[in-house]
Design a protein around this ligand. Structure first.
Ligand code: ATP
Length: 530
């Protein structure tokens, strides 16, 4: 019998959506059937060979995850992609546990849908239902309690009890028990490795190996062998067999840090490994099965990397089953002081110093500084102070620069000359509001003396807001007014420019603009939607 194209069953109660999926997928030549209830799906699967089930989780006659579980128990669950508008981690985790191979959040674009279908169909497995049991293998070991459970300010290596960190802890707790891959984003020093270890320790794999690979620290030509291993003689210098990180992590967790640094050919091999669960060492043709949970991290904006063609889209979506974004330290309120005090005690003990705490003004500086290097920078500051000083109380003068100066931290974005038009009036307003900061008009930042932060292009005083410049009449006003643009447009330009100046790193651009990255994503999405 000639090869039949794969048969896809769409379970979607909304006719407009099922029609959209049919239109998106029919161009790839699949055979497609549509049902609108769990009952319809069960009878279709009983009657026909279905290669892939594409299902909404909200169906009228039973919860979607229950349907997957029931089909799985009967050994009839085809490879399944779940579509859901309920964008919580718990939904993704539940669906993966119930046997889904992928979870797509609605609204889903045509290309994303086609890509996911083709990826799931090309993964090895039986040609027709029953599909491979995708539910994670469980060790049966009870989940370890946090060793710091007694301290409400701590969680598996994290110190902090601010709302954004508590939200991150909940995500970690929800994600940990499954085998679903986790993609961690956040600025450098926010604790992405701490997060990866927390997921591992909290999971049923907690007593198996946790292997971390920093993709930025390994030369590109050695990376494949570091991850997948090599056999003796595979290349010059390969004098013995090497297991590689994936095999070393068997039964446990493989953490791929700075995954954005991995080159495209290796990304293809990683994708194949994720789809098959088989490792092929460099220099060998043998495929070896490995059971690892993958957690990866980047401090770049993954969406921008995908758009720029530096990160494979299919790999990104395969890795990003669950995503956790760690907030920058400056958004964690009193966590800054909790962390500082904790490490003051720790480092004080190690260095045999008598420090008992921070003075009030020292605490104020810690609380208001913007911490571009996040927790790592805070730890370095505290260590520096402890090593270089003595006494019982940390005072502002003991801090290393720039914290020991009454410096206003101006984001680098404002140091771009093109910001002069915005920053000039801002400087003028700040000069009025804070006269004690004002410096001679020749000083940097247009008359507002801010030590250490020269802003190019801001020498001249801004025009007076109370009337036209001397010698200008109505025509001058009209000309000036013609240059005024709507605020939304100015904001849009500021955002796009910040992203450009941050080389596409949206998290960083958002931090420097002092807005939430979600705001940028939302605005871009709205703009795209027209
Ligand atoms: N909430 C926290 N409480 C205590 N220590 C923390 C916390 N977050 C991070 N650290 C510590 O800060 C340092 C930096 O953390 P980590 O290496 O996990 O950051 P990262 O986000 O992976 O950085 P990079 O992107 O540069 O790799 C480590 O010493 C870590 O133990």
């Amino acid at each position: 019998m000639p090869d039949q194209p794969p048969h896809i069953l769409i379970l979607e109660p909304a006719p407009s959506l099922s029609l959209a999926y049919v239109n998106a997928l029919k161009r790839d030549g699949y055979r497609i059937s549509v049902v609108d209830s769990a009952r319809g799906a069960r009878s279709a699967i009983a009657d026909q060979a279905i290669d892939l089930l594409l299902t909404n989780l909200q169906i009228p006659d039973m919860p979607g995850t229950d349907l997957l579980r029931a089909l799985g128990q009967d050994g009839r669950l085809p490879r399944t992609i779940v579509l859901t508008a309920l964008g919580s981690v718990q939904v993704a985790v539940d669906a993966m546990r119930a046997g889904a191979a992928d979870v797509l959040l609605l609204p889903v674009g045509t290309e994303r849908l086609r890509g996911a279908v083709s990826t799931v169909l090309s993964a090895p497995g039986p040609a027709h239902a029953p599909a491979p049991a995708a539910a994670p293998r469980r060790t049966g070991k009870p989940v370890a309690a946090s060793p710091e459970a007694a301290d409400p300010d701590q969680f598996y290596g994290f110190i902090g009890a601010s709302p954004p960190m508590k939200a991150a802890y909940r995500l970690i707790e929800a994600a940990a028990p499954s085998k679903a891959t986790v993609f961690i984003t956040g600025e450098s020093g926010t604790g992405k490795e701490v997060c990866a270890e927390a997921i591992h320790r909290r999971s049923p794999r907690g007593d198996r190996p946790f292997i971390a690979i920093n993709c930025a620290a390994i030369p590109k030509d050695l990376m494949e062998s570091e991850i997948f291993g090599h056999v003796r003689g595979a290349f010059t210098g390969a004098s013995t067999d090497h297991a590689g990180a994936a095999l070393q992590a068997d039964g446990g967790t493989l953490f791929l840090d700075e995954i954005g640094e991995m080159d495209l050919s290796l990304q293809a091999k990683l994708l194949r490994f994720l789809q098959t669960g088989m490792v092929k060492k460099v220099g060998s043709e043998k495929l070896e099965p490995v059971d690892v949970r993958i957690v990866c991290a980047t401090n770049r904006d993954p969406y921008a990397e995908v758009q720029a063609g530096r990160f494979r889209e299919d790999l990104f979506y395969r890795l990003q089953v669950i995503s956790i974004e760690l907030p920058p330290l400056r958004e964690r309120g009193d966590d800054i002081l909790l962390i500082a005090r904790h490490f003051l005690t720790k480092f004080g003990r190690e260095e045999r110093k008598e420090f008992k705490g921070f003075s009030r003004d020292a605490e104020e500086i810690l609380r208001t500084y913007n911490w571009p290097g996040n927790v790592r920078q805070l730890l370095n500051v505290v260590r520096n102070v402890v090593v270089l000083n003595d006494g019982e109380e940390i005072k502002p003068f003991m801090f290393p620069p720039p914290l020991n100066k009454p410096t206003m931290i101006v984001p680098p974005i404002l140091q771009d000359p093109r910001w002069a038009a915005v920053a000039g009036p801002l400087a003028s307003q700040m000069g009025q509001a804070f006269p004690h900061l004002a410096a001679p008009p020749s000083g940097p930042f247009g008359g507002l003396g801010i030590p250490g932060v020269p802003i190019p292009g801001l020498g001249a005083a801004p025009p007076s807001p109370t009337g036209p410049p001397p010698g200008r009449g109505e025509a001058g006003w009209a000309e000036d007014e013609g240059r005024i643009r709507p605020l939304w447009m100015v904001e849009e330009e500021a955002i796009e420019q910040a992203i450009r100046l941050c080389h596409g790193n949206i998290t960083r651009a958002a931090a420097l603009l002092e807005i939430n990255p979600c705001t940028i994503y939302r605005r871009r999405q709205k703009k795209r939607a027209g």
